[in-house]
Design a protein around this ligand. Sequence first.
Ligand code: SF4
Ligand code: SF4
Length: 387
Amino acid sequence: MKLTNISKNIKINRPQEIELKLDVENIYLPITKNDKLLIKLNQEIKKETIVAMKKNNIPIISSISGTFVGIDKYYNSNGELNDFLIIKNNYKEETLKKIPTKRNLLKYTKEIILIIIQKLGLKTDNDENLFIVLDREPSKLYINALEDEPNNFNIEFRLLKNRDLILETLYTILTIFNISQCEILIKDTNTKVIKEYEEYLGSYPNIKLRLVPDLYPISNYHILKEHLPIKEKEILLNLEKLYVLSYALKRQRFLTEKLLTISGSVVLDPKIYEIKLGTRVGDIIDYDEIIKSYDIWINNHLERKPLFSKDIIIDNNISSLIITIKTNEKIKPCNRCGMCYNICPFKLNPIYNHEKNITKPECINCGLCTYICPNNIKLNGKDFYNE
Ligand code: SF4
Ligand code: SF4
C-alpha cells in the first residue's frame, strides 16, 4: 500500500494554549422519534442532566445548566437535518451533585467498567462496541493518537495536557482486562509528545510508543490494519475515546466538553478551543463573513467535507474547522493521466468510479484523488451533503 506525504511545503502555525469558549447562549442536543424524552418544556435543568434516553440505553446529557425552551431543526455532523432539543444557558454551570474524583481506578471491577463503557456508547476504530470486544479480553490494545490533518492539534494537546490520566486509565484497562500489551501510535515527526511520553513510560512496562511514518492517510483503520498489522483479538481505539472513558472513570461523570481546532492555510492565529458539546457553529465563528472569501472544511481539508451552514451542531465527530482559500479553479475534462489511480491507497480507479457515479465500499474518502488531479475534477466527497 502506497501512502502520500502531503505535509511538505506547508507552513503551519501552532496554537499556543487551549482557550475556553463555554459561554454559548444555547446548546442543541439531537433527538429522534425513537428516543425517550425525559424533560418537559420550560423545565429548568442542571448540567449533566439526562434529558433523553436512546433505545440502546445510551443517555443524552445536557452540557450546561439552563431551561429546555423547545425543539427545532438543525444539521448534525453528517449534514442531515434533524430535530434538536434547545437548552438555554443560565451561565450558572449548576451540576446535579458533587461527586469526588476516584483516587484509584484499580478499585473498579471489570463489570462496572463494562457498564460505564456501554453507557458512553464507545466504539473501536473498527466500529465495534468497545464493551463487547473488551469483554473478550483482547490480546493487544492500540491507541490511535494519529492525526491526518496537519492543522489539527487536538490530539497533541490532549496527550500533553492529560498525560497522567491517560496512562493511569491505560494501566487500569490492561490490568483489569488482562491485556498483555498496549501501543500508543504516534507520528514519528511529533518530537514534543515522544520526548514527554518516553520519560514517563518507564513506570508502565506494558505500555509503549509505536512510531508511525507521517504519511497520509495513516490514521485510518483500514490503512493501519495493513500497516501495523492489526491482528485478530487486537483493538484499535481512538485517543479521544480513551479520554472520554478516562474522564468518566476518574471524575465519575460524563464529559460535556470537547476540543475544537480552528485553523487552516489562511488562519494566521489558529486556536484550539474547549467548547460545550452541542455548540452551534454560528455561535463560535463568524460563518457568514468567513464563507464569503474562504472555504471551511470539517476535520480535514483533503476529505472535502464542507461546513455548509452555520446551523451545524458540533458533536464528537467534529474535531476541527479548517479554513482555506476558495477553490475556484476551472474544471477541465479528464485527460486519462492516471494520477488519481496511482495515488489511491486502494487502487480504486477513482475516475472510472466517478464517471459511473459509484463509490466503492473500500473508498475511505481520503480525498487524495481529488488533491492530485491536475484538471480539478472532484473525485471524492459525493456522499457528503450532495456536493
Ligand atoms: S478513491 Fe477513495 S480511497 Fe481512493 S484516493 Fe479517492 S477518496 Fe481516497
Ligand atoms: S487525475 Fe484527473 S485527469 Fe488524471 S485520470 Fe484522474 S481524473 Fe483524469
